[in-house]
Design a protein around this ligand. Structure first.
Ligand SMILES: Cc1cc2nc3c(=O)[nH]c(=O)nc-3n(C[C@H](O)[C@H](O)[C@H](O)COP(=O)(O)OP(=O)(O)OC[C@H]3O[C@@H](n4cnc5c(N)ncnc54)[C@H](O)[C@@H]3O)c2cc1C
Length: 393
């Protein structure tokens, strides 16, 4: 067993863990980042792609936004499609000029890994049997196995950035955390296709066959989704069927959806989940380890990075002053934004998706809500300021 010490042990090298490691490195704080997957796997995992202006600013200020600024696509609006018509929500006009940037999570992760390797600070991939101990003491421990050896790290603080299925949240003793959740009776079948996006902005479509989303990753790569069952069998979705369904749900007179080779295909279930507080002793949970939103509001990645921004400031305060005031406020500070995003993501989801057996009354309510947000500046502004990310929370 090798035994080492660090100031902050970080479990998980997703966007949250890598960003936290980088923000703390900029403050001269030692961290060790542990990841149970390989670097190749982590860098290829296709997920989010919509980044709020505040998070673009955070990454840029931290020196992690150079390629994002160069290659990210700035969007000023989104479109909502229903009852055979498309309506534009001019996000920037309604939200004080703020924008969203389209830049794949895979690219954010690659940029952060490159910075970490450049810093020379430890980042271990392919670790096994990670476990956390002594969380209610001032010297919590992380144990793991790496390259055939057992290892133990003594930390001042542990950051649980290991996603929804990680080990940190389940290591908190029973009864400490309160959990709030909602399951949805549908999922998203998403594809990445080598074809130029057929629209300049994202299109969210409400359709009798179910929801569809036209999104993108770059001028050459389209990202598209169709609503499906949460346990949908991908084998039942050959490429032709995916395109056929997208053509039906996104189709509009005078507009063509261009097709191309599908290079990635997957099904994601949809869930809302929050645990409170996002802390136990010296273990702090951040990102998907503490909360999940359905992807309709494009908030998961943004929330994860907001959490670690707050956590990095709180840990820096502890290191500089010895005071735990920041860490003590961490959970409450984050949960204000988390619950706003939970509500927005739930609201977008229930407005746009069609349950398999939909009550006629519910359908009328959905259409009325869609008409309202596309015709009332007040309602459209509420959507816009949530979508680009609220500044005051
Ligand atoms: C299809 C899809 C589309 C999405 N679209 C959007 C979007 O448009 N906008 C948006 O903001 N969000 C979106 N999201 C959500 C977003 O991808 C997540 O919220 C984001 O990945 C959270 O980052 P994280 O670092 O907290 O967790 P993760 O990205 O899950 O990272 C956790 C890391 O911990 C590692 N890990 C797990 N267990 C262990 C262990 N025991 N030991 C060590 N390491 C471990 C994992 O391998 C992983 O690398 C989407 C998600 C999906 C699935």
């Amino acid at each position: 067993m090798t035994r080492t010490r660090t100031q902050v042990g970080i479990v998980g090298a997703g966007p949250a863990g890598l960003t936290l490691g980088h923000l703390l490195h900029l403050q001269g704080i030692d961290t060790v980042v542990l990841e149970d997957r390989s670097r190749e796997y982590v860098e290829a995992r296709v997920r989010a792609g919509v980044i709020e202006q505040g998070i673009v600013d955070l990454l840029t200020a931290a020196g992690a936004g150079e390629r994002l600024r160069r290659e990210g696509l700035v969007h000023h609006g989104i479109e909502l499609q229903f009852a055979g018509e498309r309506h534009r929500i001019p996000l920037s006009d309604l939200a004080d000029g703020r924008t969203i940037v389209i830049y794949g999570q895979t690219e954010v992760v690659k940029d952060l890994i490159a910075l970490r390797l450049e810093s020379g600070r430890p980042l271990h991939f392919d670790v096994d049997d990670v476990s956390v101990h002594d969380l209610d003491t001032g010297r919590p421990l992380i144990r793991y196995r790496h390259e055939g050896r057992d290892a133990e790290i003594e930390c001042d603080v542990i950051a649980g950035c290991d996603g929804f299925h990680g080990i940190c949240r389940p290591s908190v003793p029973a009864g400490v955390l309160s959990e709030f959740s909602r399951e949805y009776p549908f999922g998203w079948l998403g594809i990445l296709a080598e074809v130029a996006p057929s629209n300049d902005e994202l299109v969210y479509a409400h359709h009798e066959r179910g929801f569809a989303l036209l999104s993108l990753r770059s001028p050459e790569l389209s990202r598209l989704y169709v609503q499906c069952r949460p346990d949908e069998d991908l084998a039942e979705w050959p490429d032709d069927r995916v395109w056929e369904e997208l053509q039906l749900r996104l189709g509009l007179e005078g507009w063509t959806l261009a097709e191309g080779p599908i290079v990635e295909k997957g099904v994601t279930g949809m869930r809302s989940y929050v645990c409170e507080p996002m802390r136990y002793g010296r273990l702090f949970l951040a990102g998907d380890a503490a909360h999940i939103v359905p992807p309709t509001g494009a908030k998961g990645l943004n929330l994860a990075l907001h959490d670690v921004q707050v956590l990095a400031e709180s840990i820096t305060h502890l290191v500089e002053t010895g005071s735990t005031t920041g860490l003590d406020a961490y959970s409450d500070t984050c949960l204000r934004r988390v619950w706003r995003a939970e509500h927005f993501s739930w609201w977008m989801t229930q407005m746009l998706h069609r349950p398999e057996e939909q009550d006629a009354f519910d359908l009328k309510l959905q259409l009325s809500q869609l008409r309202y947000v596309t015709s009332s500046p007040a309602a459209a502004t509420a959507l816009a300021e949530n979508y680009v990310g609220l500044t005051s929370l």
